[in-house]
Design a protein around this ligand. Structure first.
Ligand code: NAP
Length: 438
């Protein structure tokens, strides 16, 4: 894009939202204007910032602020729209309006992308615009671009990530302080690591949205949040950590995206989020506090790990700015970034047919023959046992069984059979075991 004299004309940017992420995006755009100009090949000029409230004092030139996001998006001097409002409406309409007007869009909005990537990507395709969203998964950590571009020639088999900082903070604190979930959640809320309503994080919805995005990219298939099986961490107890430790494991909330190959060679994918035991030697086991990490396993590349700050205004803005520079360069020199790739159209396997391993902790009667009755319940469902550990005596006799890999439904059926046994007083906890090759 040049003016009549051959100079690249400025690239106009609209930022929608001036919260945690938006303020940092504007700060970097302003503080590093000359570097950005050199990298893009044209000045990158902030045309305006859309907010909702007018009664708030803000560190920004008031002339840049508007509550009319629609009008800002429609301005002729806006080439790129950065959406950092969050939620579905109005971001969906605003992004569609931008793309339909041929403007490129950078967004950090995982909730929107998890359900509407198809609609947005099609609008981008129709109007030859860019739609970038590196910040939507794991904040500052580059994982969208590696999956979309660096690994575009490889075959991704599995993506496993800790993609929610709040839950990782809670689980890490439970582990190090031997503390209960409710106590740690309150502490996390006081420290600002968890929202007043923590549901989206602790029940795994946020991680499921990110799993949908990762699975779509990894397997060239459109995956939405509804395709992702989800369990949260609110039932995890300090006793689970003690059991994990005894097994040489820890507990993490994992987002798992896997390519499954049936015995007849047919491929399906599995996308799921749940708390799981992982061995201490697994690369994700040492990811603690609010940090995120994503491990990608690809046929030729082998195992790759991406680690860093998965949230926070500045780290997320870093990813937004990376996308903004890409989109701006494309405006200056022509061309587009890669669009949505969904050619593989792989079906999603239901959770019941997904292979996994279980750890079952049950309280049993302290009588001869209990072990064989319990083993028979596993055998009835053709589940092979990996290890059995007995703890305590009398009324506190406990059995901890770890299985080999089997279909999730068969394992769930086994747990139901166990719960009905006279010799099993209670099934205290059932947690999947991931990150092993058995
Ligand atoms: P936030 O602090 O709540 O900020 C949201 C901003 O959007 C506020 O400035 C708000 O205006 C503005 N807004 C709300 N409704 C609007 C409307 N109808 N029109 C115009 N502006 C409107 O949110 P955030 O934490 O910055 O998150 C923004 C996005 O980044 C979300 O999609 C989030 O999922 C994603 N993200 C955030 C993080 C993080 O660490 N925060 C990490 C990764 C991704 P007022 O200021 O007037 O209220």
């Amino acid at each position: 894009m040049t003016d009549g004299r051959g100079f690249a004309r400025p690239i106009g940017v609209a930022v929608l939202g001036f919260g945690n992420v938006g303020t940092e995006v504007v700060r970097i755009l302003t503080d590093h204007a000359s570097d950005l100009e050199a990298r893009v090949g044209a000045p990158v000029v902030l045309r305006g910032v859309a907010v909702r409230r007018t009664d708030v004092e803000r560190q920004i030139d008031p002339d840049l602020l508007t509550t009319d996001a629609e009008a800002l998006v429609a301005r002729d001097d806006v080439d790129i729209v950065v959406e950092v409002i969050g939620g579905i409406d109005p971001p969906r309409e605003l992004i569609l309006a931008a793309l339909n007007g041929g403007k490129s869009v950078v967004t950090a909005n995982k909730a929107l992308l998890a359900d509407y990537t198809g609609e947005l990507a099609e609008a981008a395709e129709r109007h030859r615009a860019d739609l970038y969203f590196e910040a939507a998964v794991a904040g500052a950590i580059p994982v969208v671009r590696p999956l979309m571009q660096s690994l575009a020639g490889d075959r991704v088999e599995r993506v496993v990530g800790i993609v929610n900082g709040t839950t990782n903070f809670i689980l890490s604190a439970m582990e190090s302080g031997d503390a209960d979930y409710e106590v740690v959640l309150k502490e996390a809320q006081q420290l600002g690591y968890a929202e007043a309503d923590p549901t989206a994080d602790v029940e795994g919805y946020d991680a499921a949205a990110k799993a949908a995005i990762l699975a779509s990219l990894a397997f060239h298939t459109r995956v939405t949040a509804a395709d992702v099986y989800r369990e949260g961490i609110s039932n995890i107890t300090s006793e689970d950590f003690q059991t994990a430790k005894a097994l040489g494991c820890t507990v993490k909330l994992l987002a798992l995206c896997e390519r499954l190959v049936d015995s007849d060679g047919k491929e399906r994918i599995s996308a799921r989020v749940y708390p799981a035991f992982i061995p201490l030697e697994h690369p994700l086991a040492s990811v603690s506090g609010a940090f995120n990490a994503v491990v990608v396993e690809a046929e030729a590349a082998g195992r790759l790990m991406f680690y860093g700050q998965g949230a926070g205004g500045a780290p997320t803005a870093s990813a937004v700015l990376g996308d903004l520079v890409m989109a701006a360069r494309n405006k200056v020199y022509g061309g587009r970034g890669p669009g949505e790739s969904t050619y593989a159209k792989l079906p999603t396997a239901p959770i019941g047919e997904t292979p996994t391993r279980y750890h079952v902790n049950m309280q049993v009667t302290d009588r001869a023959g209990v072990l064989s009755t319990v083993a028979a319940a596993f055998a009835e469902h053709e589940i092979s046992i990996s290890t059995v550990r007995q703890e305590g005596t009398g009324n506190d006799a406990r059995l901890v069984v770890v299985t080999h890999r089997a279909a999730d439904q068969d394992l769930a059926d086994t747990v139901r059979t166990l719960a009905d046994l006279e010799s099993v007083i209670s099934v205290n906890s059932v947690i999947r075991l991931e990150g092993t090759s058995v």
